[in-house]
Design a binder for this molecule. Structure first.
Ligand code: ADP
Length: 447
């Protein structure tokens, strides 16, 4: 096991990783920007090192500064968390060059699964269901038109190097495809430094279902079942739950097993998530693979009992996976996560930086709070607006929703506005209760 880990992140996930380090008996070094100098979790670290001014580019996204902090603190590993540098192969490579273990996959495995065209190819090979579409990057307009004819409209043009929902164009007919294909490639080149684009079938109505997988350095890999993250706004997930409501184990098991084969084929170690869209017939189509720990990983922890963050540290330290697939067994009960953001839902989700003078988090049976916020905390304006993840576990989905609503009513935050009232409304929406939602449902509701 490592002696000392540097946590290259901030906020709730920095604290989450710190807690895992504590339980493993590993020293934890935090880094922080000047905007986070008073963050309460820094006091829990063995050492905290300032890495620069507030803008992420000059601190949490600055590879040289993070590596310098790691050298000064003499750590043997870096945990990147999510966001920031977590999916940058050049950061994983910089760690390796400095003989620091990156807690995540090798830069090669990350690059292969992070490139949408290469990933789709590997997925096909592993038997993971993918969207019908172009097998390679599209070279010219006529080729795009030919493929679109085969798969049928609507189609979506995507950038192979795309991310964060950017660089995608939906085309409902041949004229639109012809008009967009060149522009999409030019735009991808400008945005991502890689002009490769491809097309695939566009699914109008779908749910978002994702499989949590984890692999070790000895070829071992398991899945931890699925999460349903259909309640989204502008491609940002608001609520995640596990298991996916009404989904038969026989339907999801082959998809989960294929996801395991995919990470084995990519020689992948650490945690990964295979994201899918599921149509109304319950058929799956892979979107992409996220090569890091996800925000919503705790819902899976609640239904499987596996500590994902500790497990990813263990496997990256060279240990074999501590569980077999049989030991994971069936999902236990139901879990829900509400992302509590410092945003005002009544005013188009306007960010709400500032001091929190009242912070009264919920508790009681089945409630877990993942947050770095305490009374008096000042939410900085520079970063993501998420201030807490409310996690609830219960025997059944209905009980879990009732319990989540109960917890949300206990949760008091003043004077900044948060997404708590929206979550409370959603817990009582008939469509949510009946699972009659799709990835565009929330945006329709908010209109
Ligand atoms: P990114 O890496 O930019 O997040 P994804 O491939 O994960 O790109 O797609 C982002 C979102 O775009 C998905 O969550 C989904 O809402 C929509 N999307 C992507 N591909 C399709 C598709 N083939 N059909 C319908 N919606 C899609």
């Amino acid at each position: 096991m490592f002696k000392r880990i540097l946590i290259a992140n901030r906020g709730e996930i920095a604290l989450r990783i710190l807690r895992a380090c504590r339980e493993l008996g590993v020293e934890a070094v935090c880094v922080y920007s000047e905007a986070d100098k008073d963050a309460p979790y820094l006091k829990l670290a063995d050492r905290a090192i300032c890495i620069g001014p507030p803008p992420a580019k000059e601190s949490y996204l600055n590879i040289a500064r993070i590596i310098a902090a790691a050298e000064i603190a003499d750590v043997d590993a870096i945990h990147p968390g999510y966001g920031f540098l977590s999916e940058r192969p050049e950061f994983a490579a910089a760690c390796r060059d400095c003989k620091i273990e990156f807690i995540g996959p090798s830069p090669e495995a990350m690059a292969r699964l992070g490139d949408k065209v290469a990933c789709k190819k590997a997925a096909k090979e592993a038997g993971v269901p993918v969207f019908p579409g172009s097998p390679d990057a599209i070279e010219d307009e006529e080729e795009a038109v030919k493929i679109a004819k085969q798969i049928g409209y609507p189609v979506i043009i995507k950038a192979s190097a795309g991310g964060g929902g950017r660089g995608m164009r939906v085309c409902h007919d041949e004229a639109a495809l012809r008009a967009n294909i060149k522009a999409a490639s030019t735009e991808a080149q400008a945005a991502f430094g890689n002009g490769a684009v491809f097309i695939e079938k566009f699914l109008e109505k779908a749910q978002h279902v994702e499989i949590q997988v984890i692999g070790d350095k000895h070829g071992g890999a398991i899945h931890l079942w699925e999460r349903n993250c259909t309640i989204q706004r502008r491609h940002q997930k608001l609520i995640e739950e596990a298991p996916s409501p009404g989904l038969a184990r026989d339907k999801i098991r082959p998809v989960a097993e294929a996801a395991v084969r995919l990470i084995q084929l990519a020689k992948y170690h650490g945690a990964a998530t295979c994201e899918f869209l599921m149509d109304s017939k319950g058929d799956f189509y892979m979107l992409e693979v996220n090569t890091r720990v996800q925000v919503e990983h705790p819902v899976t922890e609640l239904i499987t009992g596996v500590d994902i963050v500790k497990t990813m540290i263990r496997v990256c330290a060279g240990e074999k996976l501590p569980y077999t697939q049989a030991q994971i067994g069936q999902p236990r009960g139901h879990a829900i996560e509400c992302r509590i953001n410092a945003e005002d839902p009544a005013r188009n989700f306007m960010p709400q930086p500032g001091q929190v003078t009242t912070w009264h988090p919920p508790g009681g049976p089945g409630v877990r709070m993942d947050t770095h916020v305490v009374t008096g905390y000042v939410v900085p304006k520079f970063y993501d607006s998420m201030v807490a993840k409310l996690l609830v576990h219960a025997d059944t989905r209905d009980e879990c929703m009732d319990r989540t609503a109960r917890a949300l009513k206990e949760f008091k935050v003043e004077p900044i506005k948060t997404t708590i009232p929206l979550h409370l409304r959603l817990m009582n929406e008939p469509d949510v209760r009946a699972n009659k939602t799709d990835i565009h449902w929330l945006e329709r509701l908010l209109k």
